[in-house]
Write a protein that binds this ligand. Structure first.
Ligand code: C2E
Ligand code: MG
Ligand code: MG
Ligand code: MG
Length: 278
């Protein structure tokens, strides 16, 4: 097409760009509507300690699209972030996770921890205030909620990050660094951050058990966590070999398709009841 038009190839190119922009705008308004209409849901992926005991779950956002069905964050989270919609969406996630914890507590699982993901914009727009309000409203016990932040969110403005992390910690919130090892953390700051956990990125877990370079990285992260007094969690555990390797090297907690996929709250509750019959 571009070749046929010769010099005019700039025209279809510009048209394509416009279409991209208008599609994005349309997606933004669909997402705004999704929030209003209650089309967002949380899926929960269980997390286990080294002995295989359940300790909690990570809440993962899904969009129950009227035509396309359940969509993973890869389809829409970027647009939420670029448009600022991530702030109200993130607030919804926080309240929904707190509501889920209240349900679990009611069912006798008050010890269960729910982890949730927080984007840069949401973190910078005063997350500590939102967290404090939710902790009060739902009377959340210490350790009920864990916030997952990426290295870039924290390192963008470490001083400000320390302050809001400190406030959340005082409210009984645990804080994890997600996808650890893929960003640029200052070790000097890492030592000063009020953290509880480093989550080893899936990319480093993939080849565990086969003697590759990634094993060295995982060992380093596990040791770093240990020497800073933090827990290490491996994400994306898919095979028995990876699991055994992580157990042998002292990784504290694990999460991945080997143990289970993300599921709705009702299925999570059924699973917990089956594990802990009364
Ligand atoms: P993440 O926080 O690193 O979450 C882990 C992702 O890995 C999830 O994808 C999960 O379904 C997937 N996963 C878990 N176990 C395995 C495994 O064994 N193998 C493989 N291949 N994948 C596994 P998901 O749900 O598509 O979420 C993708 C990302 O979207 C998350 O990465 C997180 O960064 C973001 N996200 C999810 N929910 C939220 C949210 O509520 N708010 C924000 N701001 N971001 C979110
Ligand atoms: Mg996460
Ligand atoms: Mg992760
Ligand atoms: Mg990730």
């Amino acid at each position: 097409e571009a070749k046929r038009r010769g010099r005019n190839c700039a025209v279809p190119y510009a048209a394509a760009l416009d279409r991209g922009a208008s599609e994005r705008l349309q997606l933004v308004s669909q997402l705004r509507e999704a929030l209003r209409a209650g089309q967002f849901v949380l899926s929960y992926q269980m997390q286990y300690d080294r002995n295989g005991a359940v300790v909690g779950a990570e809440a993962l956002l899904r969009w129950n699209h009227p035509e396309r069905g359940l969509l993973a964050p890869g389809h829409f989270i970027g647009v939420c972030e670029d448009s600022g919609l991530i702030v109200p969406v993130g607030r919804w996630v926080l309240r929904e996770a707190a509501r889920a914890h209240a349900r679990l507590k009611e069912a006798g699982f008050g010890w269960f921890r729910i982890a949730l993901n927080v984007s840069a914009t949401q973190f910078q727009q005063g997350i500590a205030d939102d967290v404090a309000a939710v902790v009060r409203e739902f009377d959340l016990p210490p350790g009920a909620i864990e916030i997952e932040l990426t290295e870039s969110v924290v390192m963008a403005n470490p001083e400000a990050a320390v302050e809001s992390m400190q406030r959340m910690r005082e409210d009984g919130i645990c804080i994890a660094i997600d996808d650890f090892g893929t960003g640029y953390s200052s070790l000097a700051y890492l030592r000063r951050l009020p953290l509880h956990r480093l989550k080893i990125d899936r990319a480093f877990v993939r080849d565990l058990g086969s003697g590759g370079d990634d094993e060295t990285i995982c060992i380093a992260i596990i040791n770093l966590a240990q020497s800073l007094g933090l827990k290490a969690t491996a994400e994306g555990v898919e095979t028995e070999a990876q699991w055994r390797w992580l157990q042998d090297w002292g990784c504290d907690e694990m999460q991945g398709f080997l143990f289970g996929r993300p599921v709705p709250l009702e299925a999570l509750l059924d699973d917990l009841r089956a594990r802990h019959p009364r």
